[in-house]
Ligand binder design. Structure first.
Ligand code: NDP
Length: 790
């Protein structure tokens, strides 16, 4: 008589196919030929390309290839639709988003099967993850549309937004982009990836079905050329892009100086840290979820396993055993874990990485429970690569496939160092049974999302997005909503009287306005010290016909030193918010004490009364941000999982700020104060018209307990210094609200070096408006998912 164990060991999965009949019938009823969807109607394409099922090579449909003319037509329709869509108000739009959520839910299975046919991903995942999450996004944002006016006062929609997505989550990416855009009152021109247009086409039909006003959602199909045309279109106010870092860079460059708002959700190389005290069985399931979900074609996939040295043998043995149970095969079979990669090109790319690693001496382990078909196909088995080091190509580059590399560490510090040793910063997983260890490590990881003892959790209420070369901007959550809004314009500050521009001279001595005064040579302020400029040049500061003095002409090397000093002051970020607030209050107190001197310096540029007002406003601004320092908190979300998500406001890092010529003191303080209030370090270029106010700030900073390197001031030619700062790899953000369109274009184009965040050209008044606008710029939201007994 066989034992239960014997019976269980002989049991296997039988085929459990999901029927594709309804999806095939839908395709056939549309004659397997699709145009674009513009202004609520279908527009026939001039040329078409095939959409192919990567699991079996079947041509599913012919998809129209758009071009700049079609994009133009879509933008015109979206522009025309804007007034009525906005006039509907939040409640009116909420009803449409709700209707879309209901319609998606009603057709959930059709959407799931179509995504599976088109992309090759397993039906188990499209059915249980992609579609439910897309539905959740529309419900969640129906709620935001309803609440918008009350919850986001002083903000308005941007206009027409262009949205470009990749092929790995066709419907989900659409939902992430379209739902918040529409909720905020924007209209959309959307481009799916050429490999996976089908669910976007079905979504367009759904828009018709629910009676969404014509022109609110427009769909232009096609390849990267369509993406380029959307990016370049002057009628578009924002580009929301998800895709590779390489294309993200091209888009940043193409939009530089255009005034378009930009969010970039780019690639990743996310670490998966397993500490010695982790629950290893759970960690193994987490790895499966992290790197073998969606065939590893996931931007936030945990593709680098970092495991404690002593734990590695046990963990790898468990992992290999688990890999052998993963079922790779027909994506429509409900017992399939991993389907096909999106196409043969992607298969070759993934395989290329693995073969090059093997050639370099790495060990490659591949296993799964099923036999892959012979010959050319798009299936790739779960793959584990050991014997690699930090410099290996496969450890540094995004593979975007089911490939996991393994490295070991001895101490938490080494784990963090390895984890952060990448140009990306999208996500990270931390596995440890010690809450102290896990929550000590999480803030040290350079990542926009951290999962503690879980993996790949996503929810509409929780922002998702990266840092560093994984891009900027968030999708989901309140922060995701802000990507589709702008502050309602504030009135410009009254410009002061114009004065002769400063110009560089050869001598480096100060010419005092008062002939009896003792000569003082203004210096730069770097690392908490007054230092001489590298070049030995100074620039004259004139007020009308009076030469007020000289300030140093900072150069590239001075900027380099200032950024280095800012980097060394990173500990400021870990100073408590209470302590930062105290420093800001103290700065205000000391500025107030020097009031007379600042009034004296500012008076030649306006009047004594205006100068006194400006000093007073600067003191108040310092008080504002001292007040906000310990109040601009994040949030705790309660997503539908067994846990909570901490949306933490983290400092961005080193922020370069360039003050405009209006209100030289207030304009400078207005930029420095929010940045340091949130824990950033600043390299500031003061107003070129009255830089002497900056020199006068040095003693104020010195006596206010501002740690050396937290604020660095480099006087000189703003144009030249801004270029150096924009190109600098250690500068994380650049603010220049008073920049002209040409200055914006230059610095935004240079910012591609490390994909730094830019806030430029908003107008000098923007820096003096609602403090929250600046605070938003001063933080990036890190979402930490933590198990919690709810
Ligand atoms: P690509 O960057 O190649 O393409 C993304 C989209 O941009 C596609 O629709 C593509 O069109 C379009 N496109 C291509 N060239 C241009 C251009 N010059 N201007 C404007 N649009 C253009 O990425 P993949 O499609 O190969 O997707 C994989 C990448 O996406 C991975 O690197 C992955 O990490 C990243 N990704 C990031 C996510 C995140 O949230 N951070 C989420 C998902 C993926 P077409 O392909 O039709 O030619």
């Amino acid at each position: 008589m066989p034992t239960l164990q014997d019976i269980l060991s002989t049991m296997d999965y039988g085929p459990s196919p999901e029927s594709a009949d309804v999806a095939q019938a839908w395709l056939s009823s549309r004659k397997r030929r699709f145009g674009h969807f513009i202004d609520g109607a279908w527009v026939a394409g001039a040329r078409h390309f095939d959409s192919v099922n990567p699991a079996n090579g079947e041509v599913l449909a012919a998809i129209a290839q758009g071009d700049a003319r079609v994009v133009d037509r879509a933008v015109l329709a979206a522009t025309a639709a804007l007034p009525a869509w906005q006039a509907l108000g939040g409640h009116g739009r909420a009803k449409f988003l709700y209707a879309l959520a209901r319609a998606l839910q009603k057709n959930a299975r059709l959407f799931a099967v179509l995504d599976t046919l088109d992309n090759g991903k397993a039906i188990r995942e499209t059915r249980d993850a992609d579609v439910p999450l897309a539905v959740r996004h529309f419900y969640h944002h129906a709620g935001w549309a309803q609440l918008l006016a009350r919850e986001m006062p002083g903000h308005e929609a941007l206009g027409v937004v262009g949205q470009i997505v990749p092929w790995n989550f066709p419907l989900l990416m659409l939902a992430w982009k379209v739902a918040p855009a529409l909720a905020c009152g924007n209209t959309v021109v959307f481009k799916p990836a050429e490999q996976t247009s089908l669910t976007a086409l079905l979504f367009a039909e759904t828009c018709q079905e629910v009676g969404l006003p014509a022109g609110v959602f427009n769909l232009v199909c096609g390849d990267g050329a369509v993406g380029q045309a959307i990016t370049a279109h002057e009628g578009i106010a924002k580009i929301a892009f998800t895709g590779s870092t390489e294309v993200g860079r091209l888009i940043r460059q193409a939009t530089a100086g255009s005034g378009k708002k930009l969010s970039l959700e780019l690639g990743g190389k996310s670490p998966y840290l397993v500490f010695a005290d982790a629950d290893l069985d759970a960690a193994v399931e987490g790895i499966v979820e992290s790197i073998w979900f969606n065939q590893g074609e996931v931007c936030c996939a945990g593709s680098r396993l970092l495991v404690h040295e002593g734990t590695a043998p046990t963990l790898l043995a468990k992992l290999k055993a688990r890999m052998a149970k993963i079922r790779v095969g027909d994506p429509l079979d409900k017992s399939t874990d991993m389907g096909a990669l999106v196409d043969r090109t992607q298969w070759q790319r993934v395989n290329g990485f693995v073969e090059r690693a093997r050639a370099e001496g790495a060990e490659v382990f591949q296993a799964c429970a099923t036999e892959l078909p012979a010959g050319e196909h798009c299936y790739f088995p779960p793959t584990l690569v050991t014997g690699v080091d930090t410099a290996s190509e496969i450890v540094q580059q995004e593979v975007f496939g089911p490939v996991l590399t393994v490295q070991t560490f001895r101490t938490p510090a080494e784990a963090v160092e390895l984890a952060n040793n990448t140009r990306f910063g999208l996500a990270a997983c931390v596995w440890s049974e010690s809450i102290t260890l896990a929550l000590d490590v999480a803030p040290r990881l350079k990542a926009g999302v951290v999962w503690v003892n879980t993996a790949n959790q996503l929810d509409a209420a929780c922002g998702f997005g990266g840092v560093r070369e994984s891009g900027y901007g968030r999708e989901g959550g309140r922060e995701g909503l802000r990507e589709y809004l702008k502050p309602i314009a504030v009135t410009a500050v009254k410009p002061a009287k114009t004065a002769k521009a400063s110009k560089p001279v050869v001598e480096a001595t100060l010419v005092p306005a008062d002939p009896n005064a003792i000569d003082r040579t203004a210096k730069l302020y770097i690392g908490g010290k007054q230092v001489r400029p590298d070049g030995g040049y100074s620039r004259e500061v004139w007020a009308g016909k009076t030469l007020l003095g000289l300030v140093p002409e900072g150069n590239r090397k001075d900027i380099r030193n200032a950024v280095e000093a800012a980097r060394a002051a990173a500990g400021w970020e870990r100073t408590s918010a209470h302590a930062r607030a105290q420093v800001l209050f103290y700065l205000a107190e000391n500025l107030q004490a020097q009031r007379a001197r600042f009034v004296e310096l500012l008076t030649p540029f306006s009047s004594a009364a205006a100068a006194a007002d400006e000093v007073q406003a600067a003191v108040e601004r310092l008080f504002d941000f001292a007040a906000w320092a310990d109040k601009y908190d994040g949030a705790v979300h309660q997503p539908p999982m067994h846990g909570v998500t901490l949306a933490l406001h983290e400092a961005v890092g080193n922020i370069a700020v360039i003050a405009g010529d209006e209100a030289p003191l207030l304009g400078l303080i207005a930029l420095i104060a929010p940045a340091i209030a949130m824990g950033n370090r600043v390299v500031a270029v003061p107003s070129s018209r009255q830089p002497l106010v900056a020199a006068e700030l040095y003693p104020v900073l010195e006596t206010s307990d501002v740690p050396g390197g937290v604020v660095n001031l480099v006087t000189g030619d703003p144009d030249a210094l801004a270029d150096t700062l924009a190109a600098h790899a250690e500068v994380d953000a650049l603010w220049w609200p008073a920049a002209t369109p040409e200055q914006c274009r230059k610095v935004e184009a240079l910012s591609v070096s490390n994909l730094k965040r830019t806030w430029v050209g908003a107008g000098a008044a923007a820096a003096l408006g609602d403090p929250r606008t600046l605070l938003e710029q001063a933080v990036q939201v890190k979402n930490v998912w933590v198990p919690y007994g709810v």
